[in-house]
Design a binder for this molecule. Structure first.
Ligand code: ZN
Length: 354
């Protein structure tokens, strides 16, 4: 989870934003923003951590209007042309992207984007291509962990995997260990292991899925909605078939995750699927092995969720937009000011976050 000190959020960013400095600051190349959908009005929050990413509809509208007024919001098509070479972009160019293909992309984000005459690159998983358009399994798994009584014990046999959690603050680490372990398994074993974990955690999966507010928040778009999104001027990108931790998968399984998702999206929409976003997008979930896989699969570029610049088109940084960002903090991130401060702080103190 991204941590920003209260002093920066409440004093420094608002002050520097009011001064107008951030509106004159050059960016080092195009800035790519990552959204994770919008929180629908009908949804009552189940967990503050899982709900930290989607923004409110009013914040989304305010941010998009702000970008339209103060930046050059470029289309995915322009970004691709820049990426492939031969197309220059103006200073302070911004590309909008959004991961996971949640239903709120269609219901809440699309009307704002159409109103503001902007296009966004939506990264879609194989869940949207299934006939039942479910909730994303990794989000359900997180809800199972977050709602479990302590002490939390999990044991999955064949191959053996055991987990023991006694404190609430250990939940996030246990969840990640489980994601990694499940990513290492063959597909058929993984599905039965997930069901087994829900049983052991006494997780009422069906109760969560059937609640209408939860569906509005967590359900993914289906195939016909993806086609509508494409027809409305949006572009789609690949986010793998199953949203697993690619870096921990056997090599051939990871390649299949990337390539099959791309082929299915191309077949559905007729669009060229030229960009990939690595699931989770952290240093631990996508490594040089996965960058090479993306290159060999034929993508023009691939995105992480990290802010650090890299020299590779297959490890492009993105600015992760979260629900707690007010407009001055948003501006500090988009302008690159926050990242510059973070780089200075980490060089001086070794701290990862400020
Ligand atoms: Zn994702």
């Amino acid at each position: 989870m991204r941590l920003v000190s209260p002093l920066l959020k409440r004093v420094i960013y608002p002050g520097i934003s009011r001064s107008g400095y951030l509106r004159r600051r050059s960016t080092a190349g195009p800035v790519v923003l990552t959204y994770h959908g919008v929180l629908p009005a009908s949804y009552r929050s189940l967990d503050s951590v899982i709900d930290a990413n989607p923004v409110s509809i009013s914040d989304f509208r305010q941010q998009i209007r702000f970008l339209n007024a103060h930046y050059h919001v470029i289309s995915p098509c322009e970004f691709r042309a820049w990426c492939d070479g031969g197309h220059t972009l103006p200073d302070r160019s911004v590309l909008l992207s959004c991961d996971d293909g949640l239903r709120s992309c269609m219901d809440c984000m699309l009307p704002v984007l159409v109103e503001e005459k902007l296009s966004c690159l939506f990264f879609i998983t194989g869940a949207s291509l299934r006939s039942d358009s479910p909730m994303l399994w990794h989000e359900l798994l997180y809800l199972a962990f977050a709602g479990a009584a302590l002490p939390l014990r999990i044991r999955v046999d064949n191959p053996l995997f055991e987990l023991s959690v006694n404190k609430r603050k250990q939940i996030a680490g246990a969840y990640w260990q489980t994601l990694v372990r499940l990513s290492q398994m063959p597909e058929e074993e993984r599905e039965s292991a997930i069901c087994d974990i829900w049983l052991q955690l006494k997780f009422n999966h069906q109760g969560i899925v059937e609640d209408s507010g939860n569906r509005a928040r967590f359900q993914v778009m289906n195939a016909s909605e993806l086609v509508q999104l494409a027809h409305a001027g949006m572009e789609l990108g690949a986010h793998t078939s199953s949203h697993l931790v690619l870096a921990h998968m056997p090599e051939q399984s990871a390649i299949k995750e990337i390539r099959e998702n791309r082929a299915a999206l191309q077949q559905l929409t007729g669009q060229s699927i030229w960009a990939l976003a690595y699931p989770y997008g952290t240093a631990a979930s996508a490594t040089s092995r996965e960058y090479q896989m993306a290159r060999e699969a034929g993508f023009s570029c691939a995105f992480t969720n990290r802010a650090e610049n890299s020299n590779s088109k297959f490890a492009m940084p993105r600015v992760h937009i979260t629900r707690d960002m007010r407009i001055s903090e948003f501006e500090a991130h988009v302008s690159g000011f926050h990242h510059s401060l973070q780089s200075i702080a980490s060089r001086r103190t070794g701290a990862a976050c400020i």
